[in-house]
Each structure stands twice: as structure tokens, then as C-alpha cells.
Write a protein that binds this ligand. Structure first.
Ligand code: F0G
Length: 473
């Protein structure tokens, strides 16, 4: 006999007891978005020099430029904003933030910064000496630049699968341990101030590192007396993939996995604008008292007093509460669930994407999408512009333009990955928005032969992808 529950599900065309992911919240405040005409979009993208960073947000319909600072905050976070203690020194919200970091990530000392790159700047200045080498699991733009500006050189030690968009490896954020040994042997541990280990590797497509690999990296680092500094920007998303994919980790609470990841490292830089569900903020956290003293000294020069570091009291309260919310299992399941939903749809249309689908976005493989556009004509940049033209959906180039130039030779870096990132803000868009995005990508894929490359007509010295300008080649 059928139970009423099973009958109910049957009426809705779903097998009994199947439960899709769904947002663990309902919507209380809405912000209108604007549809534009093709003529308006043509004018807007030309005005922006074919760089989606230079578009006005008003001209964007669905904004998948980044998941950074674009989250919707909860009512609990907004309530906390009203409790901001805006004292110059010793704000109560700083102590809430410090307590949240100590409790959930487990690091001892906390230095607030205005956002992630503020923490990277201070860490790099505190620890890197000219000529040093910093091995890491793939570069990130701002992280590497701060290492270089401090006189260091980043060396990529991620597994080779990470550079192959078609490899289905479940942990493409893993470190190639043999390669790391080699780098240590070649340069000597004394030239390596720390290993730079990111969880959920952004430039690889939001790919996780496994706990097993991180434990092995810890062993290796201990044998050579080298520190590990963790880019914890998307640590909860990484923990979700560990829970879903790593043998022995299924069913373990996200908060517990995050705690273990952090316990395997000596400190972190954090852009709270991602996982921690706020619009601005970040921090550096370390276990070592001496590094803390040095960082506390530097933060007053570049960011602000060590109990606010560029954030207001209310901002710090929002981060403290956001960290807590980011570790709820139902939140992270729905967050990544929405990304996977979009990814499956785009993949089903035959569009080449980075496999497996990442934690914070769907990455289109521009090399296979636009095989007729040569690398010198920035296929990913051209594809991002084409998607905007089609639908007003804004995405971001993550390829040759983002990779910049080699500071020694001045040559353009040519990363293996030439990607367009459709990045999903947290708790902001609905499944229907994702449908529109998938429809647009599919339409552009159908007309891909008409897409032409670009030539760069203005190139800034640092982080050129933000402000570079292009024209049709
Ligand atoms: N580390 C990672 C892995 C990041 O993704 C970012 C920012 C940072 C550090 C720097 O943090 O922006 O707060 O200064 N990523 C953004 C993005 C910009 O769109 O991927 P920030």
C-alpha cells in the first residue's frame, strides 16, 4: 500500500523519498535586475573595452563575474550589523570575530584586514625575503603578485591533472608530492618561507585538495621544517567535496572537516568575501607568536589598527556570524548544489567545461569552445564578451589575460587553462536564473563559429585583467 507521502511525491512526478537540494532559507528582501536590449549591450561592452570588469553593474542582467563580496547576508548577519561597536580600538566585534576564528578554524592569533589581499600583503612582507621560493597548489593572481612584490617567486606544485580540464580527478587541488620534494631539494628548505596551500583551488576551476594529500604535505613539510600557510578563502566548499568524495569522510560534519584542514596548517589568509558570506572583509590568522607580532606591526601601517584592520565594527560582526553560517551542512550542500545544477545543464548541452564541476562556479573551456581563435587573441576574453552580448550575463576571463607576464622576462604567461568562469554568488540567484544562464551559454555555443578574437589595446602593469582594454582583432 502506498503511504500518503509516496503518493504526494508521485503526483509531482518524483520518485518517493527523493529530496533535491533546496535553499535552506526563504527570501525576505529583493533587488530588481534589469534586462537590456542587444543594442544597449553592444554599446556597453564596446565602452568597457570588451572587458567584463569594466562594465557598469547596471548594464548586467545576471552577474556571475565573481562570488567575491556578492553574497546575500542573512537576517542574523544584518541584525549583527546593528550591533557594530565603532570604537577605534578594542571593538567588541573584533573579539567576536577572533572567537569565531579560534573556534571554527582553530588558529591562535587573528589580524583583521580589509580583504584577502590585505592579509596576503602582510604575510608576504612578514615572511618572504628576496630570492625566496614559495611552492603552492597553483597560483592565484593577488597571492602570487604579493609574493613577487616581496621578492619571492611562486613555484607551482599542483598535480598535473589540475592543468587538464578534461581530467575527472576528484581532487585536482592536490599537491604533487614528488615535485614538491624536488623543489625543496633544488632550492633548500631555508629558501622556502612557507608552502602556499589553497583549499578549493580557484584557478584550477574550484577544485578541492583531499585530506589525505594535505596530511602527506604536512608530513613532508615537518620533515623539512617548513611552514604551511593556508588560503582558506573557500575552505568550506573544499570540505564539502571531501565529505562527498573522500573515502572515510562521508557523513562527517563540514565544521569538523574544516577544523581538521586548518589544524594541518600553521596559519591562513582569508578573503571573507567568499565562504564567510560578507560583502567586505578578511584576515590573517597564525599560530606562531613571532609572526603574529610582526604582522600586528605591519597591519597598522597598511590596513588599520590591529583590532579593526580596515573593517568597521559592523563588518567584523557580519564576518563572525558569516563564518558560523558557512559551516552549516545544509547551507553548503545547497550552495554547491546550485553550482552543480548549472554545470550539469551546460554539460548536457555538449559545451566543454572543466571537469569535475567546481565548488564556486562553472568554468567553460574556451580552448575547446573556440578552437578557431588563437591564444594570442585571448579566446576566453572573447567568449566572456560574447556571452554578455547574448544575454547580459557577466562572466570572467581566467586564462592568458589573468596569467599576466613573467616579471623576469616580460613574456606573457601561457597557462594551460584558458577558461571563462561563471561564478555563482552565494544565496543570491534562483534556479530559474541558472536556467537562463545555461540557455545563453548553449545559444552562444551554437553560434561559436562567428565569434572573433580580441587584441589588447591597453595593458596595466599589475593584475592587468582588471583594467585591460581590447578591440575586435
Ligand atoms: N585567494 C583566493 C583563492 C581568491 O579567490 C581571492 C579573490 C583572494 C585570495 C583575494 O581576496 O579579493 O578579498 O582581496 N578572488 C576573487 C575572485 C577576486 O573573483 O576570484 P580579495
Amino acid at each position: 500500500m502506498q503511504t500518503p507521502q509516496a503518493r504526494y511525491n508521485f503526483e509531482f512526478g518524483m520518485p518517493a523519498r527523493k529530496r533535491s537540494w533546496a535553499e535552506p532559507f526563504k527570501i525576505k528582501v529583493v533587488e530588481p535586475v534589469r534586462l537590456t536590449t542587444p543594442e544597449q549591450r553592444r554599446a556597453a561592452i564596446a565602452e568597457a573595452g570588451y572587458n567584463t570588469f569594466l562594465l557598469r553593474s547596471e548594464d548586467v542582467y545576471i552577474d556571475l563575474l565573481t562570488d567575491s563580496g556578492t553574497s546575500a547576508m542573512s537576517d542574523w548577519q544584518w541584525a549583527g550589523m546593528m550591533l557594530g561597536d565603532e570604537a577605534y580600538a578594542g571593538s567588541r566585534n573584533f573579539y567576536h570575530l577572533e572567537a569565531a576564528i579560534q573556534k571554527h578554524y582553530g588558529y591562535r592569533y587573528v589580524i583583521p584586514t580589509h580583504q584577502g589581499r590585505g592579509a596576503e600583503h602582510i604575510l608576504s612582507r612578514a615572511l618572504i625575503h628576496p630570492g625566496d621560493v614559495i611552492p603552492g597548489n597553483m597560483y592565484f593572481t593577488t597571492t602570487r603578485l604579493h609574493q613577487e612584490l616581496a621578492g619571492g617567486r611562486f613555484v607551482d606544485v599542483i598535480i598535473p591533472e589540475a592543468h587538464d580540464p578534461e581530467s575527472p580527478h576528484p581532487f585536482k587541488g592536490n599537491v604533487d608530492l614528488e615535485r614538491l620534494e624536488e623543489v625543496i631539494r633544488e632550492h633548500g628548505a631555508s629558501r622556502i618561507p612557507y608552502l602556499s596551500i589553497a583549499t578549493s583551488v580557484n584557478m584550477a576551476g574550484g577544485q578541492p585538495i583531499s585530506l589525505g594529500n594535505l596530511r602527506a604535505v604536512r608530513d613532508l613539510a615537518d620533515r623539512h621544517g617548513i611552514r604551511i600557510m593556508h588560503d582558506a578563502t573557500r575552505v568550506a566548499e573544499n570540505a564539502y567535496f571531501i565529505q562527498q568524495r573522500e573515502p572515510g569522510q562521508e557523513g562527517r560534519p563540514i565544521a569538523e572537516i574544516v577544523r581538521e584542514i586548518c589544524s594541518l596548517t600553521d596559519g591562513c589568509t582569508m578573503s571573507a568575501k567568499k565562504d564567510a558570506l560578507v560583502n567586505i572583509g578578511g584576515f590573517l590568522a597564525v599560530n606562531d607568536r613571532e609572526i603574529y607580532e610582526e604582522a600586528r606591526n605591519l597591519v597598522v601601517v597598511y590596513e588599520g589598527l590591529h583590532t579593526y584592520g580596515g573593517m568597521s565594527g559592523r563588518d567584523m560582526e557580519a564576518v563572525a556570524r558569516g563564518i558560523e553560517e558557512s559551516l552549516h551542512d545544509d547551507h553548503i550542500r545547497a550552495r554547491v548544489g546550485q553550482v552543480l545544477y548549472l554545470g550539469y545543464k551546460i554539460r548536457a548541452a555538449g559545451v566543454p567545461i572543466v571537469e569535475p564541476i567546481g565548488g564556486h562556479g562553472v568554468f567553460l573551456d574556451a580552448k575547446r569552445f573556440l578552437p578557431h581563435v588563437p591564444r594570442e587573441q585571448y579566446p576566453a576574453q572573447a567568449l566572456a564578451a560574447a556571452i554578455y552580448l547574448d544575454s547580459g550575463v557577466r562572466s570572467m576571463e581566467r586564462g592568458t589575460v589573468s596569467a599576466g607576464r613573467n616579471p623576469q622576462t616580460g613574456e606573457e604567461n601561457r597557462p594551460k587553462l584558458e577558461l571563462v568562469r561563471l561564478t555563482i554568488p552565494r544565496r543570491v540567484y534562483t534556479q530559474a536564473h541558472m536556467d537562463v544562464v545555461a540557455e545563453s551559454v548553449e545559444a552562444v555555443f551554437g553560434e561559436r563559429d562567428n565569434i572573433r578574437g580580441l587584441k589588447m589595446v591597453y595593458e596595466p602593469r599589475y593584475l592587468r585583467f582588471f583594467q585591460a582594454r581590447f578591440e575586435p582583432a
